[in-house]
Unconditional design. Structure first.
Length: 355
């Protein structure tokens, strides 16, 4: 681990620790690290089944408040806007895990929080919404809709004038309907969300970017590519206005614009947007986050259409590795990427046989 001037303090506490042989280091709360390198070494050992013991060496840089300003800016945005609570509880911990793509762990903490709340607690509406988001991410769409409906009933009953929260719930419902393939209901829910935000005079609210993005998804799936591009560009403009430059939502916007250019046959433009997306996601998300896999897969699909099959296979296998780690074995994205890898491998075999 590297350190430098104006860094947050840390100390070697071997002599103070009960386990002195463990070479423990104490860091100041709020420390942010930049991951530089991970190295794995196998050593002979009688403790393991195969006779080897794996040692992982992680090299990190402890970031300062002056240097690595991009990381600090992203961190501050997350803490202020996405986990805006005075206290850390099971709900906020679940939110962090969900945004990291750790959906099973997030659900575990949400359910623990649910078991501790009284049946008339005002925060149940928010908690049900989070459980719906996790179920949607895991491909459990009917369960997701049940949670969202519970959330909507509570919010409408307890806070009928909270157009922003109600609008967000309709947006989530729309996303699940889209994932189920029901584009009509999805578009209806998205438009209702936009209408509610306009009632609240919040047309420039950061969440409007999400609604525009999701409407763009519907138009793209209906092959209305120029309409989709229009909504994606609106979404990107709002996100660039409100978010730090390395926020993962900007990565999502660039990815989606890339998909439209791919559909229009603009392969180089598509790859340009995918590379922008990937650069942001690799900086702001865990290495095994499914959103990174999504961009790898999309890049593979472009290279497949360009008939650069070896390059296509490289990106698709990167996507497959992440999807299989991050998602259940029967998740649609896991199934699709396996099919894609097999298809490209078959094409490569045919090409080599012709030679």
């Amino acid at each position: 681990m590297k350190n430098g001037k104006n860094r947050r303090p840390f100390a070697q506490i071997d002599e103070l620790s009960y386990y002195g042989e463990e070479s423990e280091v104490l860091f100041m709360l709020g420390s942010i690290f930049r991951l530089n390198e991970i190295i794995s070494h196998n050593q002979s050992s009688s403790l393991s089944v195969d006779g080897t013991m794996s040692t992982i060496i992680i090299r990190m840089t402890l970031c300062s408040d002056d240097d690595d300003n991009d990381l600090k800016q992203l961190y501050d945005h997350h803490m202020k806007n996405e986990y805006d609570r005075e206290e850390t509880n099971l709900l906020s911990l679940g939110d962090v895990l969900r945004n990291m793509g750790k959906f099973d762990l997030a659900e575990k903490y949400y359910r623990r929080w649910l078991s501790e709340l009284p049946s008339n607690d005002s925060s149940l509406g928010v908690l049900y919404q989070r459980l719906g988001m996790v179920a949607n991410a895991k491909g459990e769409y009917d369960t997701s809709l049940e949670w969202y409906q519970k959330s909507l009933e509570i919010i409408v009953k307890t806070r009928p004038s909270d157009h922003v929260n109600i609008g967000n719930t309709y947006n989530n419902i729309g996303e699940t309907h889209r994932n189920k393939g029901d584009r009509g209901r999805a578009l209806e829910s998205y438009n209702r969300a936009v209408s509610l935000f306009k009632q609240a005079h919040d047309e420039n609210h950061p969440d409007m970017a999400m609604f525009y993005n999701n409407i763009g998804l519907i138009y793209r799936e209906e092959n209305k590519y120029f309409e989709a591009l229009d909504f994606y560009e609106k979404s990107l403009a709002l996100r660039r206005k409100h978010l730090p430059p390395d926020h993962p939502d900007l990565g999502t916007s660039y990815n989606n614009i890339g998909v439209v250019h791919h559909c229009l046959g603009h392969y180089d433009l598509a790859l340009d947007h995918y590379n922008r997306s990937l650069k942001i996601k690799l900086k702001s998300l865990p290495a095994q986050h499914p959103n990174i896999a999504m961009t790898y897969r999309n890049m593979g699909l472009v290279y497949e259409d360009k008939v650069e099959l070896e390059q296509a296979l490289i990106y698709m296998k990167k996507a497959q590795t992440i999807f299989e780690i991050a998602l259940p074995f029967n998740h649609p994205n896991v199934v699709k990427i396996k099919d894609s890898v097999k298809r490209v491998e078959d094409k490569l075999k045919k090409t080599k046989n012709k030679k």
